[in-house]
Write a protein that binds this ligand. Structure first.
Ligand code: ADP
Length: 451
């Protein structure tokens, strides 16, 4: 049960908790009242003396309070009589807090200056955006790289200033690793790499990096490969022509047939490599596919299967048409993908194995899958398969007519169709090459559920 503390104990506790200045303040008031009462007592009216002393004490305190209030309002403490005791303590406490706040403000201002200085020193552009993609702030590099002006463009939507569908896509995507490259509005032929990362509670940071040099070098490399391939084609055609004539020439001394046949084979191989290199350069140099005609994927798959079926000594090919959906894109390029994937499956699957080609669509898009029960691929090589000239077994690939460019072409065609290639494989079990197309590339009528 709770027992209330005795009154005397509570008063003692209260007095203990008081500061020395507060105690002095109270003692002063009590003394003033006692002196007043004493003087009144001398005149036979102690209560009048007490009353007058109480009034004078009150007036003094009110005066102190009002002049303290004025000093606070005018921020001028020169006229304020500090006096002693509690008023002095209050004043020095106030002065201490005020100085501390001023100090804090100064250091925050300095910190802000430092942050601004360091973001301005950054070679990359940084633009703070709100949830509506409106510019909140940007650094100096954003002005140099993209022409954004901190004060003038504040509150404007960034995609209204940097008008590029790729940037709009990036701002809509919720993926920190997604980057796009856009032409800069500042300077002819300048390119910017853009990335968006979350920033603060409900803001995002658009980072802009100058990639003009990289794009220029990759264009130079592409042009060089395309020009060299093009230039090599003509002499190769002449050599092949002579080789064909020599092969048909019956007056050739015996023993020359074999070398000429080998030279013809190598010339054919070189023509194939040059053709594929030119095709790769063309694919790399163009953006998303322009040809938006719906492509009958089922027909393409069926004719590719029939073309392979004509070959002897290959594994059986089965086609599962789980969807009748069409694809918006280039029929010739989709056919290249199907043929490349099927020819790989045929080359790497024994004749008693099985190859399945599947076309299916659903709410998330569509998939074209080539699966085989062939030799499979070691997982460490899978990420490198789409590199140019990468082959797990170079010698063997060369022997059976591989160039090492097939999957690189497949990857580029898919990129032009906003699609991705997903490779899964188990050594000794087989491989699966899945081309996944986004839903806006798919024309479905009627819709068929993805199995
Ligand atoms: P290549 O002309 O050599 O086939 P690709 O780019 O088409 O070039 O393929 C690269 C390499 O990927 C091949 O050399 C082979 O090692 C591997 N590969 C591709 N498809 C398959 C498959 N279906 N099964 C096993 N390995 C494959």
């Amino acid at each position: 049960m709770l027992t209330s503390r005795p009154f005397a104990a509570r008063v003692t506790g209260f007095l203990h908790a008081m500061s020395d200045a507060a105690k002095k303040f109270l003692t002063g008031i009590v003394l003033a009242l006692l002196v007043g009462a004493g003087i009144g007592w001398l005149y036979g009216r102690p209560e009048i003396g007490l009353l007058i002393a109480a009034l004078l004490t009150l007036l003094w305190q009110v005066r102190q309070l009002l002049s303290f209030d004025r000093a606070l309002r005018t921020d001028n403490f020169d006229d304020f009589r500090i006096g002693e005791g509690i008023w002095e303590q209050m004043f020095s406490r106030f002065r201490f807090e005020r100085d501390r706040a001023a100090q804090r403000k100064l250091s925050y201002r300095q910190l802000l200056k430092e942050i601004r200085k360091s973001t301005n020193a950054m070679p990359d552009g940084a633009v703070i955006l709100n949830q509506e993609n409106e510019i909140v702030n940007c650094n100096r590099a954003a002005k140099a790289l993209a022409g954004l002006k901190r004060k003038k463009d504040r509150g404007q939507r960034v995609d209204n200033i940097l008008r590029d569908p790729e940037l709009t896509k990036l701002l809509q995507a919720d993926d920190k690793s997604y980057t796009v490259e856009i032409a800069s509005p500042v300077g002819e032929g300048n390119w910017l790499n853009c990335r968006v990362v979350p920033y603060g509670a409900d803001q995002k940071l658009l980072l802009l990096r100058d990639v003009t040099e990289r794009i220029r070098l990759s264009k130079m490399r592409r042009d060089f490969v395309a020009n060299a391939s093009h230039e090599l084609r003509s002499p190769l055609t002449v050599i092949s022509g002579y080789l064909d004539s020599l092969a048909d020439d019956e007056s050739m001394p015996s023993g020359w047939e074999k070398p000429i046949e080998q030279m013809q084979g190598q010339a054919k191989r070189m023509r194939q490599i040059l053709g594929e290199l030119l095709e790769l350069s063309r694919l790399e140099g163009s953006g998303a596919v322009k040809d938006q005609e719906p492509v009958e994927v089922v027909d393409l798959c069926e004719s590719a299967r029939l073309a392979f079926e004509g070959h002897s000594n290959i594994a059986g090919i089965e086609f599962n048409a789980e969807s009748k959906a069409q694809l918006r894109g280039s029929a010739a390029e989709i056919e290249t993908v199907i043929v490349n994937l099927l020819s790989n499956a045929v080359r790497f699957t024994p004749t008693d194995g099985r190859i399945t080609l599947t076309w299916r669509s659903g709410q998330d898009g569509a998939e074209l899958v080539v699966a085989d029960t062939g030799e499979g691929i070691d997982p460490e090589f899978i990420p490198r398969l789409t590199e140019r000239f990468f082959r797990v077994d170079k010698g063997r690939s060369r022997e059976d007519g591989g160039t090492g460019l097939g999957l690189a072409i497949v990857k580029h065609v898919l990129a032009r169709h906003d699609a991705e290639l997903i490779i899964t494989s188990e050594p000794g079990e087989g491989s699966e090459f899945c081309c996944r197309f986004p839903v806006d590339r798919v024309v479905v009528s009627p819709p068929v559920a993805l199995s």
